[in-house]
Design a binder for this molecule. Sequence first.
Ligand code: NAD
Ligand code: UGA
Length: 464
Amino acid sequence: MPAVRKICCIGAGYVGGPTMAVIADRCPQIEVTVVDLNAARIAAWNGDDLDGLPVYEPGLAVVVDRCRGRNLFFSTDVESAIAAADMVFLSVNTPTKTSGHGAGKASDLRWIEASARQVASCAKGHTIVVEKSTLPVRTAEAVAAILSQPQVSGATFSVLSNPEFLAEGTAISDLEGPDRVLIGGEDADAIEALAAIYAQWIPAERILRTNTWSSELSKLAANAFLAQRISSINSIAALCEATGANVAEVARAIGLDSRIGPRFLQAGPGYGGSCFQKDILNLVYLCEHYGLKEVAAYWQQVVELNFWQQDRIARLVVQKLFGTVTGKRLALFGFAFKADTNDTRESPAIRIGKRLIEEGAHLAIHDPKVSDDQISRDLGQAPVSKADGFGALGSWESVASPLEAATGADAVIILTEWSSFQSLDWLAIASVMRRPAWLFDARTVAQVDQARAAGLNVWRIGEG
Ligand code: NAD
Ligand code: UGA
């Protein structure tokens, strides 16, 4: 099979954009076109302002700047890009279904199907179709069935699974030095054509080849195992608080066991992000589909514990503030689901924020990267301005600095581990809060000794 010369990626989102930027950067001989139906998103990828790229990732702007217009293109012309490509990546969204059979658990595959149909109708010659999206096991069968319909153009196809393991906030370093790349498929030539692309910068022993179903399932299993670790450490954090143990000490002690390992043992307000919850629910749905009731219940519990952790933190804030937050100003530090991203999908801050708003609190939210519009969409209500009167029960505003957020507040609640929260001036913050004032550090980032010395009551996750 001749080497791949032109790639089209359908979906210019958090995965499609950074992944293709790195492929273009590492393979200057390949022309990469990323297409999307969302014209505003494509315009932002093409914009002069590199700070305005649709995805915020450390290092991304430099890579895009180096390749854009050279061998990396962003376009809304989906048909032409497919027609020109030897290889098409499907990197579209696969959220949880919200209605119909399997609602709340199964993946909504409408975008994958639509993009597969588009490839079927526009491709020319032999085209390798690569599933980059995270998909239920055996989706490749459906994609292949759509592509195997006789095409007027005479195009033929091979389908591969190549799930993406990048984490947001470290996408570029994850893509440049991945633990492994996984390629699942049955067509050896197609597998080698894709492996040859990654081999441009990834050591051969890290490029794994499996059958299609193992590849699709490995992605769901990897996310389930990672999320399970977080629910496990969060369950232990609650027990630490009840018993006087310290979760950071416990995490260190168990993490030094080389069979357990130290990573992904940071207790917090629960995991967020677009994928852990949806991928576990997808796994649960698959288990139920195959009659594995006990296996489904086992994984479902990882999600339940995550919700419980978020609700537990909201309840605890109310309890410590004399059982009521009605009419009180609470400063939320951080809204993104983790540091170094502007992504808020399934962020613990959303559920915790909504619970506190339901209790009548006024939230003063500060996040270095998340826009007001995004917070409005997530909380399902517009911010209030000074003119509306900040006393409005169950309301929120966005503020530019931690100090401004804390002014007049009864509590500061840290929900994202932005590095700037490590060096806050607690003396200054405490001096503008209403007393008695609390710091709730759900991420273990604040200098709590300084906060205590400044007169704040302090609660920290997992500390008895
Ligand atoms: P996203 O929502 O940011 O991007 C998907 C894009 O696809 C959207 O811009 C949408 O407009 C576009 N799209 C949908 N249908 C289309 C069509 N028919 N033609 C053209 N464009 C179309 O999603 P994402 O976060 O990039 O995730 C994509 C997939 O990758 C998901 O399956 C997800 O589970 C998986 N994944 C995500 C991450 C992550 O960190 N976000 C990591 C690994 C895997
Ligand atoms: C996760 C996986 O790490 C990626 O391998 C995977 O590709 C991706 O999901 C996906 O499929 O979308 P991501 O969600 O971007 O990546 O970020 P993580 O670093 O995994 O963090 C997820 C959540 O867990 C965050 O809310 C984070 O704050 C939380 N977390 C993480 C903890 O609470 N404790 C930890 O020790 C680690």
